[in-house]
Unconditional design. Sequence first.
Length: 727
Amino acid sequence: MSNKKKRVRSQRKNEITKGIFNVLEKEPNKSLNYKQIASKLGITETQDRNLLIKRLGQLKATNRILESERGRYKKKPSVHTCFTGKVDLTTSGNAYILIDELEDDVFVPYNKLNRAFHGDLVEVFMKPKRNGRKMEGEISKVLERKKDTFVGIVDKQKTFAFVRPTDTRMYTDIFVPLEKLKKAKDGEKVLVRLGNWPEDADSPYGEVVDILGKPGEHQTEIHSILAEYGLPYEFPYEVEQFAKTLDTSITKPEISKRRDMREVLTFTIDPKDAKDFDDALSFRILESGNYEIGIHIADVSHYLEPNTILDEEAYNRATSVYLVDRVVPMLPEILSNMACSLRPHEEKYTFSAVFEIDDDAQIHDQWFGRTVINSDERFAYEEAQHIIETKKPHIPEEISIREKPYEVSKEVVKAILSLDSLAKKMRRARMDAGAISFDKIEVRFNLTEQNEPESVYFKEAKDANKLIEEFMLLANRKVAQFIGKKKKTFVYRVHDEPDEEKLIALNGVISRFGHSINLKDKKSINSSLNQLLEDVKGQKEQNLVDTLAIRSMSKAIYTTENIGHYGLGFDYYTHFTSPIRRYPDVMVHRLLQHYLDGGKPPKSIVYEEKCKHSSDMEILASSAERDSIKYMQIKFMEDHRDQKFLGVISGVTEWGIYVEIIENKCEGMIRIRDLKDDYYIFDERQYAIVGERFKRVYQLGDEVYVMVKDTDLIKRHLDFSLVGKKE
């Protein structure tokens, strides 16, 4: 079955959901079984019928339809037209309600929110459309709060206090009695838990659960970012203690159950400041002349047993969080940096994918299972890159992580050069098959011991990075293929096709720079996207175009329903290679071993729920990472107030233009109200603001000179003043 057909089948999920509501709406007084509903929807295929049954069960469980008698369903009766959806609150105070079964979002004005907050699950009462106006509603009930804790600043009075939330979408203060202030002082940043909201009260009641510190201080702001997303910054005491009781020794009985690869040349290649090493490569030449290449991954599942408090904590976190100055790990340090870290000259338990590969990067054989290894060397990317570029064993002092010149063996040099050659062939084959090459610039900071930003640098993927990437992709793809072709319950990493409307919008933006995308068919889109990404490398618009191109893509998620990975061009893909920092990889290891042992497929609905949780936590973690980078950019720009910078207009809105500085990628806003030379109007069609009197235009992609006008570390705002347009 082609990848496209599988995508179409997956997209049926939303169509079937809408179809269920349409059928039951048309016959509100009838109770229908799944066969009758399937008939009315024209569903004949087994997979679609199973999906229909599954959705009926889910809709009944969430009280969105009624099961009037066993196996028969009907519309939930209501006096008014009511729907359930999630609140998307805007900074203006109004909201849109996102409803699965409706194509359009429902607009709710600020005075009809009925105490709902951003992200809440609500019941919304629909008003009939009038005079072609947009669909409008009124929230009738908050069904479930998205979160019950908020970061804010204490405003302490004599007999009570308020906490003013720092989230601009939170439209109310929280009233806190003095006895529930937890000794927080006036002006301190705190985490407050929402309590009840009496009918006659203007503000909800709450209690302080954590004092974060003085606003603007580094630790306070980093902890605030984590707290805003409900992410922990330390492990509970009992979890740390449980981890310390684990037996992390390497034993003969356990080794006897594994493939022993301790004598095979093995090494790791990681960032120079890495603390955990969760993947290693082994290399040897077989008698046939082919290569045996092992991708060895820390066997986290050996230590992380289901239904323990350690496993529960890892699942709740679902991912490590990489902030600008620290890593908040998914696992306690005794595992992440010690027992599961594939450190050199230490025996370690691993889960491996071992391949026999020829000189043309063709796979002749594969094996998956538990192993034991002993890594011979630890390399930083810079060291491996030096070997690739010079083809020599000498690593000079200036790039050596050993802080002195270093000589590697000829065997290691041959291994790295051979792996590099194979990786380049695999990458070329991926590109030819339609993969898209996203090499977006990543902003990094050189920090002082006090976490002050000294300078900005950009993380660049070179051959050594791509070597590791290709072999990780190989392991992920082949593990997914191994299980996927057997049609068993599994955890996939999927990426849907891009939205055509977003691609058309992207074309409109990049045409400003003389670029275009051919939207004729999938092959043309992929080919022209790759050409675009290549053409903008080193150009002023690179980061803008890279960002917009990524935004035009669908989001990659975890799911049990495989539709392939569009961006990578794979029919099967999973995450197998980073169980120290990603919980889905732990699930993949457990399922793979379960099937290798001859186990029967578990219920997919259980794993689908875990996949959704993992996808949600990944989004929170990446949002926290972005916020931490934004915070550090503002901190960096505080010391450059008197400096003029050249930037590119990276966004245009009705309230201002965003400018990204070319030399350091820091982005700030020039507010329209600060432009005194004319009255400017937002032109959405041109991605521009236009002066009413003098017709001066500031358009997306224009180069302008700016200076820092204002920095706000607490709200994470950076404002620029406009110096002038580059002529």
